[in-house]
Design a binder for this molecule. Structure first.
Ligand code: SAM
Length: 223
């Protein structure tokens, strides 16, 4: 099962995952901070981080909303184990689960996700986006920092070249570069056009793109 490959890849990556993120993701600070800025007008929001991994985005959310209840959900126990070492906070909840299968029993003001949902097929993405909509409180927001596929074969080729050009220039061990290349084989990003269309069909309001650099983008929609 493809899911098992994703789980296996992130369980294996967990220990050294944080070490090379800044090199692996172009302009990572502005990319992640775009998500945080979109949450600024919420006061003590209840937050859910889907595919939270080692909690890199969660940490920025916590800094912005230190009084908030934050739930981290991830398929990989090992990734969450690393996250737990960062937060000594009783208000945090950790859920090891597949977000497609998990039955959410609570609602949230802000649901975020970073670099996770592109591991799903397009049908699964649509199902998850609808599930997230149902899990949001009224006026809640879903902010997703993820990757898209090029809108044509030609532009996808440009994205792929950019991925490789960026990675090859980074000062990180060759073995790590290979691990990242192998993990990319598990990616199934959708086009930006389809993603926006699905959000609007589901009923999200004020759907917009707040950041885009080659395949990296931040999209948000409100309930
Ligand atoms: C590239 S990491 C991103 C982690 C973190 N959000 C970040 O920005 O560093 C992707 C994470 O998504 C998780 N993931 C992938 N598919 C998932 C699923 N179906 N359900 C829950 N988590 C999933 C993986 O286990 C992994 O920890």
């Amino acid at each position: 099962m493809e899911n098992n490959k994703v789980l296996d890849a992130f369980n294996k990556a967990s220990t050294d995952y944080d070490k090379y993120r800044k090199q692996a993701i172009p302009h990572m600070d502005i990319y992640y901070n775009t998500v945080i800025k979109l949450t600024e007008n919420y006061e003590n929001p209840k937050i859910l981080d889907l595919g939270a991994g080692t909690g890199i985005l969660t940490q920025l959310l916590y800094k912005q909303h230190p009084q908030s209840n934050i739930t981290l959900l991830d398929l990989s126990t090992d990734m969450l184990k690393v996250a737990k070492t960062k937060f000594n906070n009783k208000k945090f909840k950790y859920i090891t689960a597949d977000y497609l299968e998990y039955d959410f029993t609570e609602n949230y003001d802000i649901i975020v996700s970073s670099l996770s949902i592109h591991h799903l097929t397009d049908e699964e993405k649509k199902t998850l986006y609808a599930k997230i909509y149902e899990t949001l409180n009224p006026q809640g927001i879903f902010i997703n920092a993820d990757q898209v596929r090029g809108s044509t074969e030609h532009t996808e080729k440009i994205y792929k070249n950019q991925d490789e050009t960026h990675l090859s220039k980074q000062n990180i061990p060759e073995e790590e570069k290979q691990t990242l290349r192998n993990r990319r084989k598990l990616d199934k990003p959708a086009t930006l056009h389809d993603t926006i269309k699905w959000y609007e069909e589901i009923g999200y309001k004020n759907v917009d793109i707040y950041y885009k650099y080659y395949r990296y983008f931040v999209i948000a929609g409100e309930k």
